[in-house]
Write a protein that binds this ligand. Structure first.
Ligand code: TYD
Ligand code: MG
Length: 470
């Protein structure tokens, strides 16, 4: 074999899952992806066993003790600070992932421009030239912010520039996939390069107490490009997401060593950068018309924050042998389940229809609590009867058609009350019979079984029909 002549051994590392194999193959044995193995040199000093030398004893301490809470650097962008768990922690590393063009560079430039008022900030772009970043700053109205700007990709140079007495407090690396360590042979963006680059940068950040903000691209499968490994190395992982056609952007914490996850921040992409959205429910409901069929307002929960969104359904006779099911913003499998329960447990004939489901505003909902709202939107579209304009809906549906309680009903009701809703179609609450009607100005319409939802639409449609014929 030709490779035997080279002095250093090589291995093949999967760019998708990071598994390594001694020889190339078309498909990774570990994750099953095709064409992801890339050759890498094995580092010369292969790890050895522990050997015989005695180790130093480490000091164990009590779990309880006086530890200082990490100080925080607040950006003043409330949505961002909250998602980070209450500001940025010095010496920590935060990774912002997202599709190309979603606004990661814009967000981080805005963040450093804000921080630059009090702290030394540096922005290193590996993707854009200095002029391009300047143009963006001008567009954001931040040309005067005291941010040190550079265009560089060699990690050795970057480390040399930020590792000194004059170390900046905050460094943005945009993006980690463009960075490379010159002692490695592989191309920038490969697992080996991304891992080593991040390692070097994180090491300096920890030593100097720098807040390190990394931008990472996302692959078409929706995970951070190549390296899962990167997610383990950093302290916080945020995803910046949204539908391209919509102007809303959602920043979501998926890992945070310094705060809660599942927290979201909502932004509005304008022509002068990202604006915070303090009350997302108002925004998501802004274009709702209360009097049309096929629409239901779901009282959802994103992290600690209740968010009301409109769920739209369209049920129409299908010209096709296999009717179409199209879902935007929700899980297709979950929709299939709700449809099956409607058919099998409630006798609703939907099977021969095309079904379209859309979460308005570009939000993605993952909660099973949306089941009942989806069912309401579907029934409304099927019967042509609008869901009452002043009603919100939430509840999880089980396979036998039972409607199950969901977490934090109080918070959902409170948000709905604030926005002027008067009715809640919701699961029955155990032991709460006496307090009905007193919930934040909302009347609770308790639904124990999906079948109980049907009459609401059928009766209304019926009475409308008889009123018309009379
Ligand atoms: P960008 O931050 O470059 O995205 P990423 O770094 O995630 O690839 O933003 C890209 C989009 O944002 C681009 O299509 C233009 C749009 N944009 C605005 O709408 N308003 C603005 O003020 C800015 C700076 C960008
Ligand atoms: Mg960018």
């Amino acid at each position: 074999m030709a490779r035997a002549s080279s002095s250093r051994a090589s291995r093949f590392v999967c760019q998708n899952c990071g598994a390594s194999a001694p020889k190339w193959s078309g498909r990774c044995d570990a994750c099953g992806e095709w064409n992801t193995l890339v050759e890498e040199q094995v580092p010369e000093s292969a790890p050895k066993g522990l050997g015989r030398g005695a180790g130093k004893r480490i000091d164990f301490v009590d779990l309880k003790g006086e530890s200082e809470r990490p100080p925080r650097r607040m950006t003043g962008i409330a949505e961002f600070d909250r998602v980070c768990g209450g500001g940025l922690v010095p010496g920590s590393c935060l990774l912002v992932g997202g599709d190309p063009g979603i606004g990661k560079s814009t967000l981080l430039l805005q963040v450093v421009c804000r921080l630059a008022a009090k702290l030394r900030c540096a922005y290193v772009s590996g993707e854009e030239a200095v002029d391009q970043v300047r143009l963006r700053a001008a567009r954001l109205g931040q040309s005067n912010a005291r941010v040190a700007l550079a265009s560089a990709t060699n990690v050795r140079d970057i480390v040399a520039s930020i590792d000194g007495a004059e170390a900046p407090d905050v460094v943005v690396i945009d993006s980690i996939q463009t960075m490379f360590v010159d002692t490695l042979d592989s191309a920038p963006g490969t697992v080996a390069q991304v891992r080593s680059s991040a390692q070097e940068l994180i090491r300096v950040a920890k030593r100097r107490g720098i807040v390190l903000l990394l931008v990472g691209h996302v692959t078409k499968e929706g995970t951070l490009a190549g390296p899962r490994v990167l997610e383990h190395m950093v302290d916080t992982v945020l995803y910046f997401e949204g539908e391209r056609g919509h102007q809303f952007r959602i920043l979501r914490a998926v890992k945070n060593r310094f705060g809660p996850t599942d927290e979201i921040g909502v932004f509005d992409m304008t022509d002068a950068g990202l604006d915070e959205v303090a009350n997302p429910s108002e925004l998501f409901l802004a274009e709702r018309r209360g009097d049309v069929s096929g629409s239901a307002v779901f009282a959802g929960l994103e992290g600690t924050r209740p968010v009301l969104v409109e769920i739209q359904a369209l049920v129409a006779p299908s010209p096709l042998g296999t009717p179409r099911r199209a879902v935007v913003g929700w899980d297709g499998g979950r929709l299939a389940m709700v449809l099956a329960v409607l058919e099998a447990r409630c006798g609703v004939q939907i099977g021969a229809n095309d079904v379209y489901l859309n979460v308005a505003g570009g939000l993605r909902i993952a909660e099973p609590a949306a089941d009942l709202a989806v069912a309401a939107a579907l029934l409304s579209s099927l019967t042509g009867e609008p869901v009452p304009a002043d009603a919100i809906v939430f509840g999880e549906i089980g396979l036998s058609g039972e409607v199950r309680p969901v977490s934090q009903a109080e918070a959902r009701l409170k948000e709905a009350g604030k926005l002027g809703f008067a009715r809640a179609l919701m699961p029955t609450r155990r032991g709460r019979a006496g307090t009905r009607g007193a919930d934040h100005g909302l009347r609770a319409v308790e639904i124990a079984h999906l079948g109980d939802l049907l009459p609401l639409f059928q009766d209304a449609a019926e009475s409308r029909r008889s009123a018309r014929s009379a």
